[in-house]
Design a protein around this ligand. Structure first.
Ligand code: HPA
Length: 248
């Protein structure tokens, strides 16, 4: 395919993006990251208000663009970034609800794998169940960096769900609805990682989901807006330092 850009969703060209793109779900978070953490940040996309910026973090060129919520949305943006804009690494920076009693609110979960209740994998017509996993290189770098920063973090399985509100009661009755995933040792529930990991696998690129725990589906614990902002800042520093250590 020749010059498949600008696309219907990203009005930019490949040189507008750095090799690594950080993806929060929320466009306002993307703006916040660009304004507070990046030097010389410039807006490279604003289609549908999905803010994308490219700037520098301690000398490393880095981009940040929102993914929107859910697998269809991150599926579109990650597909285009990987396949049309030459992006090599996507690090999702999001929130998740804890499913495991050993995980506390404000902890960080690095998604080594991403289980899912979605049918996203069916498009690949595999004769079995695909196991979406992150990039080991990104995971190792992020875990080493979290260690250096003294953060409380866990490495394990996420559940990427198609539903925030389900008929069986996701929130607030999340324990009952997700008891099976808890039994299988899944650490936290969110809504994007599995599609991101599948798109990375198919494109031969690298991805990692870093999540802060905003609420606890087992204990019912929640975080305040201020706590969420502070943990978000720690997670951003973790993601940006990780991006700074990656080989292009
Ligand atoms: N479900 C899905 N996504 C989430 C949740 C949840 O409970 N909490 C934070 N992101």
């Amino acid at each position: 395919m020749e010059h498949p850009y600008p696309t219907p969703h990203i009005n930019a060209s490949p040189e507008d993006f750095a090799p690594t793109v950080l993806m929060p779900g929320d466009p306002l978070r993307a703006k916040f990251i660009a304004e507070h953490f990046l030097e010389d940040a410039r807006l490279v996309n604003n289609v549908r208000g999905v803010n994308g910026y490219t700037g520098f973090y301690e000398g490393t060129k880095v981009s940040v663009m929102a993914s929107g919520m859910g697998m269809p949305s991150i599926g579109i943006y990650s597909y285009e970034l990987f396949n049309f804009f030459g992006v090599k690494n996507i690090i999702r920076v999001g929130s998740a609800g804890a499913l495991d009693p050993t995980v506390r609110v404000r902890d960080i979960v690095l998604g080594m794998g991403a289980c899912t209740d979605s049918r996203y994998a069916e498009q690949f017509r595999l004769a079995g169940t695909f196991a979406p996993v992150c990039s080991y290189a990104l995971l190792r770098t992020a875990a080493d960096t979290a260690e250096e920063m003294g953060l409380r973090y866990h490495v394990g399985n996420l559940l990427s769900s198609d539903r925030f509100y389900g008929d069986e009661g996701n929130v607030p009755d999340g324990l009952k609805a997700n008891a099976g995933w808890t039994k299988m040792g899944v650490l936290a529930i969110e809504m994007e990682a599995a599609a991101l990991y599948m798109n990375a696998a198919r494109a031969g690129k690298r991805a990692l989901a870093i999540c802060t725990v905003s609420d606890h589906l087992v204990t019912g614990e929640v975080t305040t807006a201020e706590e969420r902002q502070n943990t978000f800042t720690e997670m951003m520093e973790l993601a940006l330092r990780t991006a700074g250590k990656l080989e292009e």
